[in-house]
Write a protein that binds this ligand. Structure first.
Ligand code: BES
Ligand code: MN
Ligand code: ZN
Length: 514
């Protein structure tokens, strides 16, 4: 799909469809007013009949509007005029794009993007519009014997902005929106693929392919390499499965050579049956999504490479399956992590932290400026924050604030939970340095507290995406989150570090010895 930005009014250009907004009680937007004027009041006469409902996202398609060059005018209800909010704007975008794909037009101009959304600018509007258009065009039909036939035919989408001054920033935002959407689609494809296709080996192949296509450097550590390093925790999870584990490392070097990289560490459990602490069968199929953290790392790296962001990023993906077998971890087993700390595996279903801890220790060797891990880590996070918001925990306030802001800016939000000392008490073990579970209370926090024992050497944040990475029910599927948050975070970092000089550690940072 092609995107372009324009300033001109909706009535003059000859095209298949123009999309204009109408506020509650038939108040016309500037673009709708222009259509109304050109058609000598035709629009207001139609609206008086009450066919367009008030609720944001309602639509009314008009053909052959007099005085207007476009074949069709699509009216979209935007809700209240004063204080058009993000939610209403996005609902309206989605509804408009749905209609455009249903009627099968090849080209259209969106005037919704020139509206004023509370607290947002033209760039944000354009980025969201591009993302909505590409999301509407996403299908996962690879595993069907016939490809989807309902693909939108939209080839060119023009986005209107209110004035010349906004064209440049809207263009940049459209490019970012496209890179984010493509990164999300990569993450969604990987998430939606079943466990028998998307194995650790498959993830490693996809990483190599990504590296080849985008000039990244890929390295894959095999079981024997991990044994030599001493990744006893990660390998203890992997040994319950016949699929060989992989530790995937990807380098994107867009910054100067001496600039410390940001490391993204993604949980890559390609299927989580729970191991000997077997999960109940209902919905167990959804545990194919347990590699969504890994998928978001790949999707983000692709976007960052497409945008040529001037910074260095390392992706680290521990990948394996968590299955029960005669060789699997048993409750009570004690394993030794790469850090040297020993772990009592009281529940084999708390496997994410067991593979992440070794990957987080491994990340030390890159002397990262910051490390963010992304994981479908706890069911408790779904209970705490639902499906709208990712959980965020961090040992560094500056980094946490950057991620919160990136979530806010991208509309892919996170919310911070505390990591107070007290929570570590729940992880005490009589037999090893720590247990891998902390009981029912504060399950998301104790999981992060466990990880924090492996991240003391750098500023670190953890995103628990158990609730946000996929949808269940009728619309079951991967969401591609938190790629938007991560791309915004890295774009912010790239902006701050154009000179390649590393920032002083922020207050509360635990950066030592690098
Ligand atoms: N992958 C799951 C977390 C999960 C559960 C994500 C449900 C999405 C929906 C993780 O490996 C897991 O099983 N966590 C356990 C931890 C518990 C044993 C301490 C959980 O959340 O139940
Ligand atoms: Mn599990
Ligand atoms: Zn898991």
């Amino acid at each position: 799909m092609e995107f372009s930005i324009k300033v001109r009014g909706p009535e003059k250009t000859r095209q298949a469809c123009v999309v204009v907004g109408v506020f509650e009680s038939n108040r016309l937007s500037t673009a709708a007013e222009a259509v109304d004027r050109a058609s000598q009041g035709y629009l207001s006469r139609i609206l008086k009949r009450g066919d367009l409902r008030d609720k944001a996202g309602a639509t009314l398609l008009l053909h052959g509007v007099p005085g207007v060059a476009a074949e069709r005018v699509l009216l979209v209800a935007m809700g209240k005029q004063d204080g058009l909010g993000e939610r209403a704007y996005r609902d309206a975008l989605r509804a408009a794009l749905r209609v455009l794909s249903e009627i099968g037009v090849g080209q259209a101009t969106l005037h919704l993007t020139e509206l004023e959304v509370k607290g947002r600018d033209a760039a944000w509007n354009a980025e969201q519009a591009v993302m909505a258009a590409l999301a509407e065009a996403y299908r996962f039909d690879r595993m069907k014997s016939e490809p989807a036939k309902d693909l939108p035919k939209l080839k060119t989408l023009t986005l209107a902005v209110a004035g010349r001054a906004q064209v440049k920033s809207a263009e940049a935002a459209a490019a970012r929106g496209r890179a984010i959407a493509r990164g999300m689609h990569l993450a969604q494809d990987l998430g939606n693929l079943p466990g028998n296709v998307c194995t650790p080996t498959y993830l490693a192949e996809q990483a190599k392919k990504l590296a080849k296509e985008h000039g990244l450097k890929a390295q894959v550590l095999e079981r024997k390499d991990m044994e030599a390093l001493g990744m006893g925790s990660l390998l203890s999870v992997a040994k319950g499965s016949d699929e060989p584990p992989k530790l995937i490392v990807l380098h994107y070097n867009g910054g100067v050579r001496k600039a410390q990289p940001v490391a993204l560490v993604g949980k890559g459990i390609t299927f989580d049956a729970g191991g000997i602490s077997l999960k109940p069968p209902g919905d167990m199929d959804e545990m194919k999504y347990d590699m969504s953290g890994a998928a978001s790392v790949l999707g983000t790296l692709q976007a960052v490479a497409e945008l040529k962001l001037p910074l260095n990023v390392v992706g680290v993906i521990p990948a394996c399956e968590n299955l029960p077998s005669g060789r699997a971890n048993k409750p009570g087993d004690i394993v030794k992590s790469l850090s040297g700390q020993t772990i009592e595996v009281l529940n084999t279903d708390a496997e994410g932290r067991l593979i992440l801890c070794d990957a987080l220790t491994y990340a030390e060797r890159f002397q990262p400026a910051a490390v963010v891990d992304i994981a479908t880590l706890t069911g408790a996070c779904v209970i705490a924050l639902g499906h709208a918001t990712s959980g965020l925990l961090a040992n560094d306030d500056g980094l946490a604030d950057e991620l919160l802001a990136a979530g806010q800016a991208s509309g892919d939000r996170a919310w911070r939970l505390p990591l107070f000392e007290e929570y570590h008490d729940q992880l005490k073990s009589n037999f090893a340095d720590m247990a891998n579970i902390g009981g029912r209370p504060a399950g998301t926090i104790t999981a992060a507290a466990f990880l924090s024992k492996f991240t003391e050497k750098y500023p670190w944040a953890h995103l628990d995406i158990a609730g946000t990475a996929w949808r269940s029910g009728k619309e079951k599927g991967s969401t591609g989150r938190p790629v938007p948050l991560l791309v915004h975070f890295l774009a912010g970092r790239a902006g701050q570090r154009r000179d390649g000089v590393k920032d002083a550690p922020t207050a509360g940072s635990q950066l030592v010895g690098t």
